[in-house]
Write a protein that binds this ligand. Sequence first.
Ligand code: IPM
Ligand code: MN
Length: 367
Amino acid sequence: MHLQIAVLPGDGVGPEVCREAVRLLRALNSFYNCEFEIKERPIGGVAIQATGSPLPESTLQACLNSDAVLLGAVGAPEFDHLSREQRPEAGLLRLRSALGGFANLRPAVSFQGIADCSPLRRAKVEGADVLIVRELLGGLYFAEPRGFSANGESAYNTMSYSVEEIERIARVAFDQARMRRKKLTSVDKANVLETSQLWRRTVTEVAQAYPDVKLEHMYVDACAMHLISNPTRFDVILTENLFGDILSDEAAVITGSLGMLASATIGGGTNLYEPVHGSAPDIAGKGIANPLGAIASVAMLLRYSAGMDHEAADLETAIQNVVNAGHRTVDIAGERQGHVATTREMGELVENAFVAMLDRRFAYHAV
Ligand code: IPM
Ligand code: MN
């Protein structure tokens, strides 16, 4: 097997966490009769500096010609003054729409070893395992019309969804729920918004094909509250683009750090994998960023783009084991004294744990 992976490190801590994520792909290269061929390309602020565009044509082409895309982060304060289409974030949004993936999967899991890092009480977060399925190509992020009025004194965006857009994301969420605890919470604002009324009606219709999955509807404001007051009540959360953006950052509180969260965007031509955290300019270049979200995104890549389910699960176990063994980057160190791991040390620890698991798998296969 030969897989072309486009790696777009981007801005801020993006390059640091990507370096550690790529380490895991390279580790696999030495084990299997497979090859992950990695092509690095610029996106976001670094691409603006190099080429004037946040998504240069050569980056876009490399992504379209790859089997998967791994992205670090985009955004930097020095570009805040630019217009929307010129900002680093525009490069990411253009890439998402070009790749066509409409289903953004964002798992948030509480690990035993760092349950105390959450500002929520351990008893509240313990056992929490939520998957947010965020619609990624519609709603306020993309729908037209949008803009400023002629005199600049008012501005507008459009929240619109078609039945087709809702059906396809709902099916992904139901399929995911089927593979998990078979509970789906569809989140909307149907007491106020027409798009949410259509959302609710459509999801209810799609549910007919999934009688084994228990569906509930919840308003987004209530969900924001339940997500932190009772996170273990959730299995899969299905929601539209902006609600999903907000709720997934909130869900990070369950895990203890935004640095822990991975994501996969599926459903289009080429899948896109990115940690949920941003470019974190305040800690960029210091070698202290948490690479586990990026590494867990590689696990999702193995699952959804390489068909390597066992290795994906091994990598997720390796991450858990390293954390449960007491290793910490600064964001999950909490009150603890003692050594705090750098980005690279954390990457190496996970690599060693993962390679040990692959060794065992190979020894087993060899007999
Ligand atoms: C995310 C980010 C992006 C989004 C930004 C960087 C455009 O916040 O992936 O959650 O809003 O989708
Ligand atoms: Mn976000």
